[in-house]
Design a binder for this molecule. Sequence first.
Ligand code: DX5
Ligand code: ZN
Length: 216
Amino acid sequence: MIKIAPSILSADFANLQRDIERISSADYVHVDVMDGLFVPNISIGIPVVQAIRPVTDLPLDVHLMIAQPARYVERFCDAGADIVTCHVEADLEENIHKALQLIHAKGRRAGIVVKPATSETALLPFLQEVDMVLVMTVEPGFGGQKFMADMMPKVRAIRALLDEQNPSCDLEVDGGIDPETAPTAIGAGANVLVAGSAVYGAADIPGRIAALRCGK
Ligand code: DX5
Ligand code: ZN
């Protein structure tokens, strides 16, 4: 079953509760956290996760685009994150393992993310310990970019590795997903689709979520 994770990066931050209520037919709320160091942009952080926790029953899927994420993962869990994903490029391998362990110790789901230039081989040390793998289909940092279809061989390769090593793990894609590109990502093996501008730019948000879920 395909899950849809609208990114609130494309929501109206002055009306965030309203915009989260508008995506109640989705599966996860995707929260993009940027530190201005790991990526060249700054977005939202722990207080916003805490503020939105009471306004939705959907799991909060927190995508940490921050350097050295082990410093902060417990605080995101305490703020109400259900899934916390860390970039493999954000620290040394041993420190990323530590971040994943800290998330699990809080009883939350832990995931690992790869940027477009990072090969699936960088994920090998983590595949058996994560609950989600996230493949970026744009350069992280900004919404509204073009889907990189050339990431699909990597999605297929990771799907094959997960089928062998960790079949219940979610495989998420993020960036440029819309009703045109969703079937490509699903065909390559993704089962969770992040979409920011395609959801919040739609006149009929529940209709757009349904269309993305069907891959139409
Ligand atoms: C980019 C973020 C994405 C972004 C997706 O750094 O990780 O989640 O908001 O936006 P769209 O769907 O507009 O590409
Ligand atoms: Zn994201």
